[in-house]
Design a protein around this ligand. Structure first.
Ligand code: MLT
Length: 427
């Protein structure tokens, strides 16, 4: 193919800049409204710049919630077996079924729902490649004039994906809020648990155990949200990615433990945090068939979207997901979760000893701390990076109510976690 000469490209660029050549296409201008880059990309760039300038420093990363422990042996065995199957014509698999393989969906329905008394059938489960993509994509099946409500602070994907769709109005850089988003502050005063908003939303994003605060709500509290959503005709998009870290009895493992959730809730679940699949990619979304807008079942809309835009998580990976529910898999993953929760304890207690105000870390792998001496979240980020060579996540990156807070993750190795806390205690 003939290459376009660089000088022609340069002339074209100049003409376009001067608007002498008409642009035939237009971009989705909603993207231009997004302030800055994705939180974890910004952090990644800052840390890379610091490391480049200080190559001898041993940086400990407790920022993004990325796992560090190897996949459990039961999962590795299953992966190997599935890879071997792909090498024989008789057992080779091509495209996966739209909604996921039956063997995985039935394991999910039984273990994560029916065994807990939650009424969810396997054909209400959609297997996918990540809760991040599902939580970003789910808004597509709703009208653009729906109003969303989010916790503040919040996992940035819920808001950003609605910005991209054009559902959030205009951005106020001073308050760091969007005009058409209902914010539900989660602060120390309310135990980091949202209150029913004054203005009625159409879509309510809830995440429990919570990212980033590590807080959670009881089953009774969640029931209040379910009753509210049914009363006002709203949908709750419930992100239960951290469910495996629940240690207390009264904390619900799924929103479908609540009465009436089948008519108002969608649940997102990830294999990233309970089974270390951040680099493997697997998740699922539950949409009960009773969840309807008039005669339209949201289940059918999501099925239509899935069928059109997605070819399913790979067979090999779905087999790995199945192993999560095997007796050996369950046992090994219980140990893995306990390993990370021991890190959570080390962080929580270490910070307390060092005089910090701390929460989270009991039903979640995140510890939420108040920045010391009135530092802003980003000031503390720089302070910790430069003086302890420890990376965390600034609370303000999750929303205005996160200002003055900071998140540390328990997903590091035990050794690094202990070293990080020793360094923090010396500050
Ligand atoms: C986080 O650190 O908040 C999460 O790891 C991000 C994610 O799960 O996408």
């Amino acid at each position: 193919m003939e290459q376009v000469k660089p000088e022609i490209t340069a002339v074209l660029k100049e003409k376009r800049k001067n608007r002498e050549v008409r642009f035939m296409f237009k971009v989705n201008e909603n993207y231009l409204k997004l302030p800055g880059s994705y939180l974890f990309s910004t952090i990644g760039k800052k840390v890379a710049a610091y490391q480049a300038a200080n190559p001898d420093r041993q940086i400990i990363r407790l920022g993004i919630g990325d796992v560090t422990q190897p996949l459990a042996p039961a999962i590795i065995d299953s992966l190997h077996k599935a890879v071997d199957e792909m090498s024989h014509a008789e057992t080779f698999r091509g495209y996966a079924p739209d909604l996921g393989y039956e063997f995985l969906r039935s394991a999910i329905a039984r273990n994560d729902y029916q065994d807990r008394g939650a009424d969810i059938a396997e054909d209400e489960i959609f297997v996918s490649d990540g809760a991040k993509s599902d939580s970003g994509n789910i808004q597509e099946i709703f009208s653009l004039d729906n109003k969303i409500a989010v916790c503040d602070p919040v996992y940035p994907v819920y808001v950003d994906s609605n910005v991209m769709a054009g559902r959030t109005g205009s951005y106020d850089a001073r308050t760091q809020t969007w005009s058409d988003v209902i914010y539900m502050p989660c602060t120390a005063d309310n135990g980091f648990s949202p209150e029913i908003p004054k203005e009625t939303p159409d879509l309510i994003y809830l995440c429990f155990p919570n990212n980033p605060t590590g807080a959670t709500i009881t089953k009774d509290q969640l029931q209040v949200w379910v009753d509210y959503a049914n009363r006002v005709g709203a949908v709750i998009i419930y992100d239960a990615a951290y469910e495996a870290y629940i240690s207390e009895e009264h904390v619900p493992h799924t929103i479908f433990e609540c009465q009436g959730a089948r008519t108002c809730a969608i649940e997102l679940k990830s294999f990233s945090k309970n089974a270390g699949f951040t680099g493997v990619r697997l998740s699922y979304t539950v949409i009960p068939k009773d969840l309807k807008c008039g005669d339209t079942a949201l289940h059918s809309l999501w099925a239509r979207r899935h069928g059109t835009k997605y070819n399913g998580a790979p067979y090999i990976i779905q087999r790995a997901g199945e192993a999560v529910y095997s007796p050996e898999g369950k046992e090994q993953l219980k140990e893995q979760v306990a390993y990370y929760m021991n890190n959570a304890r080390v962080i929580y207690e270490g910070l307390q000893e060092a005089g910090y105000t701390v929460s989270g870390g009991v039903n979640a792998p995140y510890i939420w701390l108040k920045t010391p001496a009135g530092m802003s979240s980003w000031e503390f980020f720089d302070y910790l990076l430069e003086n302890a060579n420890v990376v965390g996540t600034p609370g303000s990156g999750f929303g205005p109510s996160g200002e003055g807070y900071f998140r540390l993750t328990a997903f590091g190795s035990y050794e690094n976690t202990v070293t990080a806390l020793e360094r923090i205690k010396k500050l």
